[in-house]
Design a protein around this ligand. Structure first.
Ligand code: NAD
Length: 398
């Protein structure tokens, strides 16, 4: 049978991935979001999809189908989720009854805890499947004409990814083959390292808290939207350092508790900047300076809404509504399981949960009624380290 790829989603990334993989493989675009699949199918009609590559070369290709029918998972060799992480669970759940053993399910980007969510949604079937978490999307990309044309602005040189179970190395080779020579997919030892590395779970909620939290903002509108990264001040830097240090404590304790567990990719936020933005920062002497002097961040501002010509923060933007549930909640939940106190993460979480209208922490504990809308292990019924390791497919020598 043809090698079959499902590309899930309908935004920038999903359209680009569909255009790219359709060149060589039987590729089916799947979107469960509202009537997006039917709209996309109608927009493309009988035409080819046009993808512009970096350098300007245009390639044409045609997906085999564009559908909202989950049963196409029965023919899939690889299922790629190229959607915002809050949508991952729905795809896992709807595909689960159809997937055949050995299917590779990859999330780009995975954010945190995609592996345990996958195990929880697939139940018994999870043991026969291969989950792959990518730390980020391989491309900077935009559609230029919705459903018909898209552009890859740039391709990363290297990205980290991990497979669960770690023995499924052939899955990594297939995914590298799909993506082509770039980016080089660097094999990370496990998805827990990818989860705890997630920079967005620290940077996005931390910078939002630093600027708009009760310790620094008077609630009054601003004349301009402040710069997001380049505007990081000493107070915000302190919050970020405390949060990344707390996440580090979780990683190091997990390594102690599970002999042989390698979480070296779960690095500090500053180290992540040095790894990923080498050469683009003019001053790397501190975390604040890495962020302030990073050319990749030129002009990027806080998400704001205009009110009477002034600017008020959008406290429901994905920096809180995505990065808290699918990032910070995972790290905090694991911290609670292994007994690591996280006072600054707690402070940011308690503020953020109010902004996004979720009940996550109650009286300092991960027991809120909305935990099942997050990647907190507790929201999936996981409250002990052995249960966590089982869902993560990490063989524990406990
Ligand atoms: P996008 O905003 O274009 O994705 C929109 C799509 O997400 C929709 O078309 C729909 O398919 C799905 N979606 C939105 N809301 C939904 C809902 N409520 N329920 C179910 N599905 C819903 O995002 P993108 O640019 O395609 O990026 C995908 C992911 O990659 C994001 O996490 C993004 O942060 C990340 N990313 C993107 C880029 C880029 O250059 N585009 C770069 C780096 C990382």
């Amino acid at each position: 049978a043809d090698f079959t790829v499902l590309c899930c989603g309908g935004g920038n990334a999903a359209q680009v991935a569909t255009g790219l993989f359709s060149i060589r493989y039987k590729t089916i675009a799947v979107s469960f979001y509202a009537d997006e699949a039917a709209k996309w199918k109608a927009a493309l009609g009988d035409e080819d999809f046009e993808l512009t590559l970096p350098g300007g070369k245009v390639v044409k290709s045609k997906p085999h189908d564009i559908t909202n029918d989950p049963s196409v998972a029965a023919t899939a060799n690889v299922i790629l989720l190229v959607v915002p992480s809050h949508a991952h669970g729905e795809y896992f759940e709807k595909f689960a009854p159809y997937m055949k053993p050995g299917t590779i399910v990859a999330c780009m980007p995975a954010r945190s805890g995609g592996d345990i969510l996958f195990s929880s949604k697939l139940g018994e079937k999870a043991k026969d499947m291969i989950f792959c978490g990518f730390e980020t999307l391989p491309w900077a990309c935009r559609f230029t004409e919705w459903g018909r044309k898209a552009t890859i602005l740039g391709t990363k040189n290297n990205i980290l990814a991990a497979v669960s179970p770690a023995t499924a190395k052939q899955a990594m080779a297939k995914l590298q083959g799909l993506l082509g020579v770039n980016p080089w997919v660097q094999d990370s030892p496990n998805n827990l390292g990818i989860s705890l590395r997630n920079p967005g779970m620290i940077v996005h909620p931390g910078v939002m808290y630093g600027r708009w939290g009760p310790e620094s903002w008077d609630g009054q509108p601003k004349d301009e939207s402040p710069l997001f990264y380049q505007g990081v001040d000493e107070f915000t830097e302190k919050i970020l350092i405390e949060m990344t240090d707390e996440a580090q404590a979780v990683a190091r304790k997990a390594e102690q508790l599970v002999p042989g567990l390698d979480l070296s990719d779960a690095c500090t936020l500053k180290q992540w900047y040095l790894d990923c933005y080498d050469g683009q920062m003019t001053d790397t002497s501190s975390l604040k300076r890495c962020m302030n002097t990073n050319a990749a961040y030129d002009g990027l501002k806080h998400p704001c809404k205009e009110v009477d010509g002034k600017h008020m923060p959008d406290l429901t933007y994905r920096y809180l509504s995505e990065d808290v549930p699918t990032g910070l909640c995972f790290a905090k939940g694991l911290a609670e399981i292994i007994g690591i106190p996280t006072p600054t993460i707690d402070k940011v979480m308690i503020w953020a949960q109010g902004c996004i209208g979720l009940e996550i922490m109650v009286d300092g504990k991960m027991t809120g009624k909305d935990l099942d809308k997050t990647r907190a292990p507790q929201g999936m019924g996981i409250t002990t380290l052995p249960a966590f390791l089982l869902a993560s497919k990490i063989p524990a020598l406990l």
